[in-house]
Design a protein around this ligand. Structure first.
Ligand SMILES: *[C@@H]1O[C@H](CO)[C@@H](O)[C@H](O)[C@H]1NC(C)=O
Ligand SMILES: *[C@@H]1O[C@H](CO)[C@@H](O)[C@H](O)[C@H]1NC(C)=O
Ligand SMILES: *[C@@H]1O[C@H](CO)[C@@H](O)[C@H](O)[C@H]1NC(C)=O
Ligand SMILES: *[C@@H]1O[C@H](CO)[C@@H](O)[C@H](O)[C@H]1NC(C)=O
Ligand SMILES: *[C@@H]1O[C@H](CO)[C@@H](O)[C@H](O)[C@H]1NC(C)=O
Ligand SMILES: *[C@@H]1O[C@H](CO)[C@@H](O)[C@H](O)[C@H]1NC(C)=O
Ligand SMILES: *[C@@H]1O[C@H](CO)[C@@H](O)[C@H](O)[C@H]1NC(C)=O
Ligand SMILES: *[C@@H]1O[C@H](CO)[C@@H](O)[C@H](O)[C@H]1NC(C)=O
Ligand SMILES: *[C@@H]1O[C@H](CO)[C@@H](O)[C@H](O)[C@H]1NC(C)=O
Ligand SMILES: *[C@@H]1O[C@H](CO)[C@@H](O)[C@H](O)[C@H]1NC(C)=O
Ligand SMILES: *[C@@H]1O[C@H](CO)[C@@H](O)[C@H](O)[C@H]1NC(C)=O
Length: 337
């Protein structure tokens, strides 16, 4: 962020802050938060700006949690010194990427590119369990942290492959998000922009050709680097997958077989702490984040694994209210072989 923008932003924020009174309580909260998250800032101006943004976010958290009609609580975390705009810019998928892939999926054309996706599949059977939680079956790897990089799509795809590999081969191995980040790129023919965002389906197509390495052999560094892969025999390869129809029944039924990569609108997710989330604006869903659905509870709430560390949400997970909350039914992929 350049100094001009920061100074301009401070000018906007200061009157607001003074109006709402910076208390000792807020200063203490800020000190505590700072020592936990150890941020380094480029300048004193940025430091001040961040502090003011923190106060504003802190107030939002206090206000939300003091109202008792909510089904979820919010809290402070690694995003507490970011504005909503910065959060979208640094963490979420850029809209041109989402728009491109949604359009591809809806034009009948796109299906043949690999041995893969089929749109409307009749759910194999009606029989669905009352509760599904793949974590309890040991089918889900630990929660990861994408850092300040819009690489959620690599985590969603890797998580999908990890779980499927476990269910099929009884081997729970972490796969390499960094390989996807470095190698699923426009130069290789993918419509994907590294930390600016990409698409889980592209990652699957790539892995089906080249194979995906383990996390330990290709560690995650949260910035895009040069693709360090040769040959086409680099590890696990998904063989086929399908895009699910957009109903609750289809997602539930799919979750009975294995976890599902889902696209969501995470614009408002930044400060989620716990409970059943229903804070998305349902009349304005803009898909911008990829995660992994790992089950649902007896009330129909979706259990979703995120990639923002265990310090976010419920040990890194979020529970979403039933149906199409945050657009969770709109673009879903499941590996089938
Ligand atoms: C400012 O702080 C005082 C004392 O803590 C409190 O009574 C008052 O409600 C606060 N005003 C606002 C706008 O938060
Ligand atoms: C189908 O794909 C071809 C080649 O990729 C493209 O030229 C054509 O415009 C597409 N048609 C539709 C209806 O999207
Ligand atoms: C997909 O369709 C294109 C032409 O539309 C064709 O050239 C290509 O071979 C097809 N790929 C597969 C895997 O069928
Ligand atoms: C699709 O994958 C299966 C299993 O890997 C393979 O047997 C089949 O030949 C593939 N079909 C096409 C059209 O590539
Ligand atoms: C899906 O299943 C329903 C009921 O079992 C049936 O009526 C329908 O024709 C099937 N649709 C397809 C596309 O097979
Ligand atoms: C499947 O669901 C339909 C409608 O929800 C129901 O009528 C039918 O009996 C179910 N079939 C089985 C085998 O459970
Ligand atoms: C599980 O998969 C990893 C990575 O492919 C491999 O190194 C390991 O030997 C496998 N473990 C077992 C028990 O098969
Ligand atoms: C690239 O991969 C090779 C073999 O796995 C490894 O020895 C090397 O350190 C890697 N290079 C970089 C820049 O990561
Ligand atoms: C939700 O989005 C609609 C359409 O943009 C807007 O009119 C409405 O004010 C928004 N609602 C909330 C609570 O932000
Ligand atoms: C949402 O889901 C619940 C429970 O699964 C169901 O009873 C309700 O009809 C659904 N609402 C809508 C609007 O689809
Ligand atoms: C679900 O899919 C149907 C047809 O494929 C479409 O008409 C509808 O708008 C979709 N609904 C949502 C919420 O995406």
């Amino acid at each position: 962020m350049n100094t001009k923008i920061i100074l301009f932003s401070i000018a906007l924020v200061i009157p607001f802050c003074l109006a709402q009174n910076i208390s000792i309580e807020k200063l203490i909260a800020h000190n505590k938060w700072s020592s936990q998250y150890q941020r380094t800032y480029l300048s004193d101006e940025e430091k001040l700006f961040r502090q003011l943004v923190f106060f504003e976010n802190y107030q939002k958290v206090q206000d939300h949690n003091s109202q008792d009609h909510h089904t979820y609580s919010v809290g402070l975390n690694q995003f507490s010194d970011m504005t909503e705009e910065e959060f979208a810019e640094k963490i979420l998928i850029k809209s041109h990427i989402v728009d491109y892939h949604i359009q591809q999926a809806s034009s009948k054309n796109s299906t043949n590119s690999t041995n893969s996706s089929s749109h409307s599949s009749n759910s194999t059977s009606n029989h669905t369990a009352v509760i599904i939680d793949w974590r309890t079956k040991g089918a889900v790897t630990s929660v990861k942290d994408q850092g300040q990089c819009g690489s959620c799509w690599t985590f969603s795809a890797a998580g999908l492959m990890e779980s499927f590999n476990f269910i099929k081969n009884k081997n729970l191995t972490n796969f390499a998000e960094q390989q996807l980040l470095d190698c699923v790129i426009t130069a290789n023919g993918y419509y994907s922009y590294g930390c600016g965002g990409g698409w889980p389906l592209e990652a699957l197509k790539y892995a089906s050709k080249y194979g995906i390495q383990t996390l330990s052999s290709y560690p995650y560094v949260a910035v895009q680097k040069k693709c360090n892969i040769t040959g086409t025999n680099n590890g696990y390869k998904p063989q086929s997958w399908k895009i699910l129809p957009n109903t609750s029944k289809d997602l539930q039924s799919a979750l009975n077989s294995s976890p599902v990569s889902v696209l969501v609108d995470a614009t408002t997710w930044g400060n989620y702490r716990s409970g059943i989330y229903n804070g998305c604006n349902q009349t304005k869903i803009q898909l911008n984040h990829a995660v992994l659905a790992v089950g649902y509870d007896s009330q129909g709430n979706w259990i979703v694994k995120n990639s923002w560390s265990t310090g976010w949400g419920e040990q890194g997970y979020i529970r979403l209210a039933p149906n199409n909350t945050c657009g969770i039914l709109q673009y879903n992929i499941q590996i089938s072989a």
